[in-house]
Design a protein around this ligand. Sequence first.
Ligand SMILES: C[S@@+](CC[C@H](N)C(=O)[O-])C[C@H]1O[C@@H](n2cnc3c(N)ncnc32)[C@H](O)[C@@H]1O
Length: 245
Amino acid sequence: MTQYDTIALEYQRISATVPLRAAEWYSLHQRLGDLEGCSVLDLACGDGMGTRLFKQWGADRVVGVDISSQMIALAQQREDAEPLGIEYRVADAATLGGIGTFDRVAAAYLLHYAESREQLLRMARTVYDNLQPGQTFVASIANPLQPPRPVVDHRKYGWSYRLLDETLREGANLRGTLYLGATVVEFDFFWWSWDTYEEAFRAAGFSECRIEPFLVPPDPDGKRGSGFWDEYLAAPSAMHVICRK
Ligand SMILES: C[S@@+](CC[C@H](N)C(=O)[O-])C[C@H]1O[C@@H](n2cnc3c(N)ncnc32)[C@H](O)[C@@H]1O
């Protein structure tokens, strides 16, 4: 039983409403580039929000992998109800091995679940082994440049996280909370510095890696209001890692 097996339904319900995700998905689309006819591997695909978007963005073949059988069950339920031809499998991204050569690999909130540097390196190797040379990997992670001391409070954008350990160190325990009004869902993950992430990507073979804030998404109806993203941009709570093989 993984932690997401117990929170799968709540995660699905709340995650879809979190305002930060609008910036995240918009940026992911920009950073993955044109997906027309491409194959995409989504590691830690959860209930399939990303996999379904990749299909809508033109991808030909999409494979979603997650360690939680409950999250994959939700993704598969949606696929059965509204088929897009997405393939799902339950597996640990750290031990998946090569299952193909994909034009893109994405991982929205996988890497900070690595419990050790070794596990992080195994995840980075999985990405590398499944990616076509010259192609791009994009991952969302809690901002490794902005340590929680002891809290990162972005409830305005739908989430926050705090340090559970007394002092911040490599591999420290963090607890994240997603908010939907008074309803919350909580999950635990780990603190790794950007140096540690970079070391893992380089050891896996990536030559080019960078970390960037999410881009501000268009707001044609002015729903968010001007300045909505200022607080996020001043101190991003989550960022994109972009690596090229
Ligand atoms: C915050 S959710 C993100 C789900 C989805 N990517 C999204 O953006 O909505 C984190 C996901 O990572 C998965 N996960 C954690 N560790 C994993 C691992 N070692 N291998 C594969 N999936 C993992 C969890 O089961 C969970 O579904």
